[in-house]
Design a protein around this ligand. Structure first.
Ligand SMILES: Nc1nc2c(ncn2[C@@H]2O[C@H](COP(=O)(O)OP(=O)(O)OP(=O)(O)O)[C@@H](O)[C@H]2O)c(=O)[nH]1
Length: 429
């Protein structure tokens, strides 16, 4: 079988002699983020396209029946160039299907059915995103591991392998943030699949790391036990490659969807900062860690002064633009470990770990000055804005109490004439 190279390009080669199908595909694929399409109407045009460099193409979508290649000759030729291929067919017999799968294509799709065109486009997007999806294959058999890796490689996943449970745990320790899916054999020396799954689940939930257990035909009870131990899914060996890909891709798509939903639930859509809901969870965890570890924690609450005037002058959309710019300025001055939140309409909150009162006041002062030095120009009219800030470093019983203290300090800052930082007394109860 031809060797598929590691894909880094962002171009899709569509080889299709029907102008309408090629045009439809090209338009829909081009709507996907960061993708470009090159259309060829024949094998000769495909050859010409690849003369400019095969590496730019991460995938080819191929028609089996071309004027100068009526028997699918384009398929082995493209695969020999190291480019993975999806094949468009007009009805396919079982023999044709077997022949195509044996050649090493990713999938075949019936182009007569218009809804299948959307399936092609979804697959293209999936394969392009797979370069960012890390898959860990855990199997003690070298040949079984190599087989799984070759299949996943065809789909463009980023791959890691481990020959036993201990090595898998080590890799998760070192590179866990890069691993999204683990495929795990059951029978391995030292640590079996169920024990490994149980241990991994103590650290990673089902929506963060997907696990697919693998068991051999006839051992149904094992798949049930793998699922109970925390696997998201299982695959019985031997399997059809098509089933394998559908299961792997569906599980990865589900994790992506959940992460997208979590992201949306935790962020403010206007400024892309975290929202209050996220602060309640993540901020409280920081508070508990600070209490346990005797560490410092600061809450800095900020409110733009007289923001109503901005809306009155520039309209609500102008006000939105100003809020977005302020968020950027604050973000640029926050550390990666800080939680910066859009707390309310024109209110922002920053929670910073390991910061004592002196440092918190200095940080608040930096943020105040950063906003005060900005100039907002809309409709060729420029205005300046100021920020009142309340700081709390007294840990109190929980984050809620710190926010309450910071709010009192902010109120004082407003009362004292705005554009200033006020901190609460530091003594803890
Ligand atoms: N454009 C825009 N305006 C908002 C948003 N959320 C709140 N506001 C506006 O922010 C203004 C807040 O007004 P006030 O609470 O009176 O406070 P202020 O004018 O900033 O005055 P002080 O806080 O007392 O200095 C109101 O006009 C709100 O409509 C938003 O998402 N976009």
């Amino acid at each position: 079988m031809p060797q598929i190279r590691r894909q880094s390009g962002h171009h899709v080669l569509v080889v299709e002699d029907s102008r309408s199908v090629a045009g439809l595909l090209a338009n829909k694929i081009a709507e996907l983020p960061d993708l470009q399409v090159r259309v060829a109407g024949s094998l000769a045009e495909a050859r010409a396209a690849l003369e400019e460099g095969a590496e730019q193409f991460f995938l080819a979508v191929l028609d089996l029946n071309l004027p100068d290649a009526p028997d699918g000759e384009v398929v082995p030729w493209v695969l020999e160039q190291g480019i993975p291929a999806l094949v468009l067919t007009a009805g396919v017999s079982d023999d044709d299907r077997d022949r195509l799968i044996d050649l090493g294509i990713i999938d075949y799709i019936n182009k007569d059915n218009p809804s299948e065109i959307d399936h092609v486009v979804r697959s293209v997007g999936r394969i392009h995103r797979n370069r960012n999806i890390g898959v860990l294959v855990v199997d003690d058999s070298t040949s079984a591991r190599a087989y799984l890796m070759a299949l996943l490689h065809r789909y463009g996943y980023r791959l890691l392998e481990a020959k036993d449970g201990q090595s898998a745990l080590r890799l998760l320790d070192e590179q866990g943030d890069q691993i999204h899916l683990m495929l795990c054999d059951q029978h391995m020396p030292g640590m079996d699949g169920i024990t490994l799954i149980t241990r991994v689940r103590q650290r990673y939930c089902r929506t963060r790391l997907c696990i697919i257990g693998m068991s051999n035909h006839g051992s149904g009870i094992l798949s049930a036990r793998q699922l109970k131990a925390g696997a998201n899914d299982f695959i019985t060996r031997p399997f059809l490659e098509e089933e394998f890909f559908v299961r792997v891709n569906q599980n990865v798509a589900l994790i992506e969807l959940i992460q997208e939903m979590e992201n949306a639930a935790n962020h403010d859509p206007l400024t892309s900062l975290f929202n209050r809901r996220y602060l309640a969870d993540a901020g409280q965890m920081l508070h508990e860690a600070a209490r346990r570890g005797g560490r410092g924690l600061s809450v800095i609450l900020m409110d733009l002064d007289f923001f109503k005037h901005i809306n009155d002058r520039f309209g609500h959309f102008g006000g939105d633009e100003v809020l977005t710019q302020v968020a950027k300025v604050l973000k640029a001055r926050a550390r990666a470990s800080d939680i910066l939140v859009r707390y309310g309409g024109e209110e922002f909150c920053l929670v910073a770990q390991d910061v004592d009162q002196k440092a918190a006041i200095a940080l608040a002062e930096t943020l105040r000055q950063a906003v005060a030095s900005m100039e907002f120009c809309l409709d060729s009219e420029c205005v300046k804005l100021t920020l009142s800030v309340g700081v709390s470093t007294r840990l109190g019983s929980d984050l809620e109490q710190m926010l309450h203290d910071a709010d009192n300090a902010l109120y004082q800052a407003k009362e004292l004439g705005r554009n200033r930082v006020v901190a609460t007394p530091v003594t803890d109860s």
